[in-house]
Structure formats: structure tokens, C-alpha cells
Design a protein around this ligand. Structure first.
Ligand code: PLP
Length: 453
């Protein structure tokens, strides 16, 4: 037998330390102290570890378990498809029923004429695919010199070589090709500059400034997250996404929206861009499309992009073994069916309003909380030593880490980001959360703040 369910925490930790290198985990600390948590089960918004300790998942783990844990319908969909046909290839025009129906469903939900899907296994693969599709598009359009991709500082687009090259968080760029030619960075959210205001002090570093410096006819695409996630839950100013769309149109540049976090209801609308009525040329999704129950992502493209491919009949050599994986697509199809049937996106909007209200209450009643922001069930707060005067915590204090540890002690899992001396605490609970559970999160956060102060 494989011993699943038979070992103690200590035994599991010992094996983990010996044989398991974890992603984005300091290896020495991990080697010395072992896994911080060993999860064993989950139901709804609640998680349990192998010792039976329960906690609320206030971030849907990695912003992905949008329908919560223990969903039997998703499990059934996976089992049914695995027994029927666990795998088939999508290469050379071969297809399968779940992938076909999922492509149609996604097209029906996506804004504008974003009607055609390319399936991947996750967010990084979706973004890499979008970069290649953009370059391929320009090649067949007779403009092969349009190769450069502009992304924003503090953006996170994933960890494959392409996605990490576009990522604007420094830590992820070590030892990778982030300085690879053809990946350019622009300052985030310089609204006035993107609208053409040359007096904006950030003009040269804006997307518009970078386009002008490099020459529009060398740029393939601009990629933006509607709301930056791992960069610290950073919201664009009102009008920003529209300004980027307009700027791309002005120069004939493709706009890619990275909706790996925002897609499928996280922001209280089906897609993040729906909050601002913007239709990108390529829209990348993952995470919420299968609620974390299967490895799945997609690039959704507009008709004019697919049309160019059809007219040229040139093939792009690109595709993953698991592109259009039948089981993953069956889970995706069921996820989207539940999303619609149970009005989950509306729940995200309504519970999001309550969450934001609760966080503002914390801001009014606790001295270190400031810069509360949220849309749907994607929210963030900032911890400052003194919000009145803007004095931050000293980085050596690790304020956000300390605070999220205190939340953890009180049975609430959150995430923190402390890039460049910030102390951001992120919230993104499962979209199935109830009003009472939102209140429970706020109460636990309040208790943790009392301990923190
Ligand atoms: N893009 C965004 C906005 C993300 O937040 C993430 C992951 O957190 C990714 C891309 C990468 O997705 P994956 O980890 O599925 O490759």
C-alpha cells in the first residue's frame, strides 16, 4: 500500500524535509523546521491539517479554490470523465467532448468577441502562449519585427521563462531571463501618462513612453492584470484599463489581460475587465476556471486574431500534452455550470461589499490598518506603523508576516506581500462564502490586530 492516511505529522515532516523541495520556500529554513502546515482535508471555506486543526481559508489558497473544498459535483465530474476517457490528445486536430463544450461555454461568458480558446494547464502556460500567439499573429500579418512585450512593474505573470520575463517583481527575476531582450517594463498605473499627458513625471517610464522610445512597430503586445495580485493587490485608478486599451488601439498593439486571478467571478463580475467594459485582444485565465480541482488554463482570443490564423493557414508549433485535457475540461465545465447555476459571481459581489465594509471597520478601529481596498472578493489592506504620518514599519519588524501568523493562530489563513518595504495583507476567500463567514473573518482579523498592537 502507499501508506496514505497512516503516518503521523512527525513522520510526514521528516520525509518532506528529506525528499521534497518546495516552490517559493526558503530552503534552509524549511530544511531546519519542516513544513509549516500539512493539510489533510477541506470542506467549504474550512481547511484541516493532519493534526485536525481547523482554519478558514481567507485566500482560496493561491486565489484559486473559488468554489471551496469538498465539492462532490466537481469530484463526480472528474471521476466520470476519468473512467470514460482519462486522456486524449488535442494535437493534429484531434478533439474531445469536454474540451469542445468548455471552449463554447468560456466563449459565451467572455466579453465582446473573445470567442476562441487555446487550452493550457495553468496561468504561466496561458501567458507564455499569449506571448507566442501575439508574436505569431504579427509574423503572419507581415510584421515579424513586432516582438516586444511590455508589462508592468510589480506585475506577476507566472514562473515559466516567458511569464517570469514579463513579471515585474524583482525576486522572481533572479537567475532567470527577465532581462531577456524583447521584454520591457513600464511603471504601473501612470494614468495621465497613458492618456498622453507629457507633463506626467512618469511619462518616460509609462507604457506610452516605452512605446515611443522603442517604436510602436517593434511592440507585439502589452500585458496587464486588471488588478495586480501578487504585486500587492494593487488597483488601477479609474479609467486606467480604458486608457491602456485606447493606447494599444492607437498603435495597433495587442492588449493581453492576465485574468488568472480575476477571471470567473473573483472581482464580483465574470471577468476583471468587465468592471471597466474593456475587451482585450487576448485574455488569459487559469485558477478559477476549475476552482483548483484540476490543472487548467486557457487563452481566449478575439475573432480577428483567429481569423488571421485561418487566412494564413500557417501552423504555430505550440501545444502542451495536457492542452484540452478531458478530465480537466470536464471539471472546468462543471465549475462554470455551478458558477452560473448558484449565482456565485453575484455572491462574490455582495459578500465583497460586506468584506470591504468590515475591513474599513478595522481601519477605523485599529491603529495600524490603512489603504483598505477591494472589489468583489479580492481585497487588500496595508499595515503602517503610523498611518496618520505615513511612517512604515521597519522591514526588520516583518509586520505583515507577524500579523498573518497571528491570524493563523486564530484559525484564519491569509497571505502577505512585503515587496520593497510594504506590508500588504491579501484577502480572497472562496466565492461561496456566506455573510456570517465574512463576519467571522473580520472578527478574527480584529482579534489578531489586538494581539498585534
Ligand atoms: N498570472 C497571475 C496574475 C497569477 O496570479 C498567477 C499565479 O498566481 C499566474 C499568472 C501564474 O499561474 P500558474 O501558477 O497557474 O502558472
Amino acid at each position: 500500500t502507499n501508506r496514505l492516511g497512516t503516518l503521523t505529522r512527525e513522520e510526514l515532516a521528516e520525509i518532506d524535509i528529506k525528499h521534497y523541495l518546495h516552490p517559493t520556500t526558503p530552503p534552509k529554513a524549511h530544511y531546519l523546521s519542516g513544513p509549516s502546515t500539512i493539510f489533510s482535508e477541506g470542506k467549504g471555506i474550512y481547511l484541516k491539517d493532519v493534526e485536525g486543526q481547523e482554519r478558514i481559508d481567507g485566500v482560496s489558497m493561491l486565489w484559486n479554490v473559488n468554489l471551496g473544498y469538498g465539492n462532490e459535483e466537481l469530484a463526480e465530474a472528474a471521476k466520470h470523465q476519468m473512467v470514460k476517457l482519462a486522456y486524449s490528445s488535442s494535437f493534429s486536430g484531434q478533439s474531445n467532448e469536454p474540451a469542445i463544450l468548455l471552449a463554447q461555454k468560456v466563449a459565451s461568458l467572455a466579453p465582446g468577441d473573445l470567442n476562441v480558446c487555446f487550452f493550457t494547464s495553468g496561468g504561466s502556460e496561458s501567458n507564455d502562449t499569449a506571448f507566442k500567439l501575439a508574436r505569431f499573429y504579427w509574423k503572419i500579418k507581415g510584421k515579424p519585427e513586432r516582438t516586444k512585450i511590455i508589462s508592468l512593474e510589480q506585475s506577476f505573470h507566472g514562473v515559466t521563462v516567458g511569464a517570469t520575463s514579463a513579471t515585474g517583481i524583482e525576486g522572481f527575476q533572479n537567475f532567470t531571463t527577465s532581462n531577456a531582450p524583447n521584454f520591457l517594463k513600464a511603471i504601473a498605473h501612470a494614468l495621465n501618462a497613458e492618456r498622453g499627458d507629457k507633463s506626467d513625471p512618469n511619462y518616460a517610464r509609462s507604457i506610452r513612453g516605452v512605446i515611443e522610445a522603442e517604436g510602436a512597430d517593434t511592440i507585439a503586445a502589452v500585458i496587464v492584470e486588471p488588478i495586480q495580485g501578487a504585486g500587492g493587490v494593487r488597483f488601477p485608478p479609474e479609467g486606467y484599463l480604458q486608457a491602456v486599451r485606447k493606447l494599444c488601439d492607437e498603435h495597433g498593439i495587442l492588449m493581453i489581460a492576465d485574468e488568472v486571478i480575476c477571471g470567473f467571478g473573483r472581482t464580483g463580475k465574470m471577468f476583471g475587465v468587465d468592471n471597466w467594459d474593456v475587451v482585450p485582444d487576448l485574455l488569459c485565465v487559469a485558477k478559477g476556471i476549475s476552482s483548483g480541482y484540476a490543472h487548467l488554463g486557457a487563452v481566449i482570443m478575439r475573432e480577428h486574431i483567429r481569423e488571421a490564423f485561418i487566412l494564413s493557414d500557417e501552423m504555430m508549433f505550440h501545444g502542451f500534452t495536457y492542452s484540452g485535457h478531458p478530465m480537466a475540461c470536464a471539471v472546468g465545465l462543471k465549475t462554470l455550470e455551478i458558477l452560473e447555476r448558484d449565482n456565485i459571481v453575484e455572491n462574490s459581489r455582495l459578500r465583497g461589499e460586506e468584506l470591504l465594509k468590515g475591513l474599513k471597520y478595522l481601519e477605523s478601529n485599529h491603529k495600524h490598518v490603512t489603504q483598505v481596498r477591494g472589489l468583489g472578493l479580492l481585497a487588500g489592506i496595508e499595515l503602517l506603523k503610523d498611518p496618520e504620518t505615513g511612517v512604515p514599519f521597519d522591514p526588520s519588524e516583518h509586520a505583515a508576516a507577524k500579523y498573518t501568523d497571528l491570524c493563523m493562530d486564530l484559525g484564519l489563513q491569509l497571505r502577505y506581500f512585503d515587496w520593497k518595504g510594504t506590508n500588504t495583507v491579501a484577502l480572497a476567500p472562496p466565492l461561496i462564502i456566506t455573510k456570517t463567514q465574512v463576519e467571522d473573518i473580520i472578527n478574527r482579523m480584529s482579534d489578531a490586530l489586538k494581539a498585534f498592537e
